[in-house]
Ligand binder design. Structure first.
Ligand code: 5GP
Ligand code: ZN
Length: 143
């Protein structure tokens, strides 16, 4: 595992900064977000430092995402939320404030629980042709 000295989450993994640990194994660490958006709000992170999803290797991504179902189910059993939002803010513009990859698991209780993931729908803005162009623009960069 590669850690970075001045990274907050690397320091949490190493025990230099205390955190409420939920889960740990060789590759992955999970702990409560200090600012509980809702009760049980958990962060799942790789032990290998990686800034965000852009930088993340398939191996490290596999490790982190493989643990998410088990941790999500543990939250479900502990607190019986009505649902759960799973997200990873990537880049400052998307709300990323700590630059060590983390997956937020945010249990949802009701519409007044403090989390709002609503977005405007644009179903009529793109026709089939335009959607095909957008898809091929992205696909052109996949290899
Ligand atoms: P981001 O804004 O990058 O998506 O998420 C970073 C999260 O880390 C925030 O939700 C923030 O509350 C949490 N956080 C920041 N500092 C600490 C800390 O020292 N301990 C813990 N447990 N969480 C932190
Ligand atoms: Zn780190």
């Amino acid at each position: 595992m590669t850690t970075i000295q001045n990274c907050l989450f690397c320091n949490i993994i190493q025990g230099n900064i205390p955190a409420a640990k939920v889960y740990e194994d060789e590759d992955v660490f999970a702990f409560l977000d200090i600012s509980q958006v809702t009760k049980g709000h958990t962060l799942v992170i790789p032990k290998t430092h990686t800034e965000n999803i852009y930088q993340t290797s398939e191996d490290v991504a596999s490790q982190v995402f493989a643990r998410v179902p088990r941790i999500a189910n543990a939250i479900k059993q502990a607190f019986h939320p009505a649902g759960i939002n799973i997200l990873s803010n990537t880049g400052e513009a998307a709300g990323q404030s700590v630059f060590h990859l983390h997956i937020h698991l945010i249990p949802r209780y009701d519409h007044t629980d403090g989390f709002n993931a609503k977005w405007v729908t644009h179903n009529d803005d793109y026709d089939t042709n335009q959607l095909a162009h957008i898809a091929s623009d992205i696909a052109a960069h996949l290899n």
